[in-house]
Design a protein around this ligand. Structure first.
Ligand code: SF4
Length: 291
């Protein structure tokens, strides 16, 4: 049987020098606890700079036009994909363009619209309760402060920071499962508790970088640094990461793990992103985008 043709890494990913990455990871594992706060901060900022180059198009994956829409879309995105939410919310927001309209809408009608997202009864109750509280306590306007947002039913720090960072332009670190896993792999924190992870990472970056950093970590976690088998062999931050080697380090094996626009054969999608086409345009062209 003929040997399998090796899969080349996508051209835009920085080639990993295995010897350099291995040496760097070994050194960082050895000295991890002894890394000075300044060295950790510098390394963290270099990682952020490399990720910024790798994901210049990293933006919130949920479609929205105002804070109300992003808040509702974020609540609806639990246990489903952003793609499904984006396919569902235009109808919802056409029927219920404001918190007041959603609070007063017919429950069965809302259930019918959000049904494709699963758990539709619970989700309908959640977004209507949220809308009612916005009407009752905030005069129908989504509040723009963390301490107010977290008083809304079903809104925790993560959701509040998503809304603050992306709809209000207020810096926020959004610690979800990808963010927490990557922050630990990078040696930025040893904590599991999202509030403590947020505190540790906040010390490494200027607030103006928090929102973009959050997006980049989610992008990197979904595309390259997967929970089970991270694609270390083609990872753009391999030589800065103490966890290099947690996943396959061989180029072909690692490249086969890449997802979404990084997957071999999807280079045209990446070109579309880099050319500035929006997610909605790319979807209209037939691309299946990240969940
Ligand atoms: S893919 Fe590997 S090298 Fe890259 S960030 Fe994840 S663990 Fe580190």
């Amino acid at each position: 049987m003929a040997a399998a043709t090796p899969v080349p890494p996508p051209a835009h990913l920085r080639a990993v020098d295995p010897a350099r990455a291995r040496a760097g990871a070994a050194r960082r594992r050895r000295t991890g606890a002894a890394e000075t706060p300044l060295a950790r901060k510098r390394r963290a900022r270099r990682i952020n700079a490399v990720l910024a180059e790798a994901y210049p198009y990293a933006v919130a994956e949920l479609d929205f036009e105002n804070p109300y829409q992003l808040l509702v879309a974020t609540v609806l995105s639990a246990q489903t994909t952003d793609v499904r939410v984006n396919a569902t919310t235009p109808r919802l927001f056409a029927a219920c363009p404001t918190p007041r309209a959603l609070a007063e809408a017919d429950e069965a009608q809302v259930e019918q619209i959000v049904r494709p997202l699963g758990f539709y009864r619970a989700k309908t109750r959640a977004i209507r309760a949220l809308a009612q509280r916005i009407v009752d306590d905030f005069d129908g306007e989504v509040p723009g402060r963390l301490e107010d947002l977290v008083t809304l039913p079903g809104v925790g720090r993560k959701t509040a920071n998503v809304v603050l960072g992306n709809a209000f332009g207020v810096p926020g670190l959004t610690v979800d499962t990808h963010f927490g896993r990557l922050a630990r792999r990078f040696g930025w924190t040893g904590e599991e508790d999202p509030v403590k992870v947020e505190r540790d990472v906040a010390e490494l970056f200027e607030p103006r970088d928090w929102t973009d950093l959050s997006q980049r970590l989610v992008y990197h976690g979904r595309r390259v640094c997967h929970a089970r088998r991270p694609a270390c062999g083609v990872c753009p931050v391999a030589d800065l990461c103490p966890s290099y080697g947690e996943g396959p380090t061989g180029t072909a094996e690692a490249a086969a793990l890449l997802k979404y626009e990084f997957a071999p054969g999807r280079e045209a999608l990446l070109e579309g992103y880099l050319a500035g086409r929006t997610r909605a345009q790319l979807r209209a062209e037939g691309w299946e985008l990240a969940p």
